[in-house]
Design a protein around this ligand. Structure first.
Ligand code: FES
Length: 143
């Protein structure tokens, strides 16, 4: 393992142990949840808007370090951004933040939170769910 990988692992563990934006927003403007049917892990995301901008976002869930840490990272990345901007956000933007190479199964873990978030925005703001997410949505059981 390189020094870089080691560093990323530490960052992931820190997010897992001290998740940012963990909790629930009462009377959220948008809510969605999803699970990885392979393992049963879950993420729920709550969003409140100020106009079109994401004013606050929180999540709760349970699952592996990657799914929870990636969702925690996501919370920090999207505050203040517009719903459309986040709807357009690519998987790679989040995966770059996660920073370590992932196996296909782990990749689904890492993308669970982002998929759930896109569904929440889609519901509340009518932002499109890109095609790459439509297939993932069925694999991840996003509701
Ligand atoms: Fe379930 Fe990672 S093992 S989300």
């Amino acid at each position: 393992m390189t020094e870089f990988d080691e560093l990323y692992r530490e960052v992931i563990l820190d997010h897992y142990k001290n998740p940012r934006g963990h909790g629930v927003i009462e009377r959220a403007d948008a809510v969605a949840e999803g699970q990885n049917p392979l393992c049963g892990d879950e993420v729920s995301i709550f969003v409140s808007f100020d106009g079109d901008a994401i004013e606050d976002v929180k999540f709760r869930g349970r699952g592996c370090a990657i799914s929870q840490a990636a969702t925690s990272m996501l919370m920090e990345m999207i505050k203040g951004r517009s719903a459309q901007e986040v709807a357009d956000m690519s998987r790679d933007e989040l995966l770059d933040e996660v920073g370590i190479p992932l196996t296909p199964v782990r990749l689904k873990c890492a993308l669970l939170g982002l998929g759930v978030l896109k569904v929440a925005l889609h519901r509340a703001k009518g932002t499109p769910l890109p095609e790459e997410w439509a297939s993932l949505a069925s694999e991840l059981e996003l509701t």
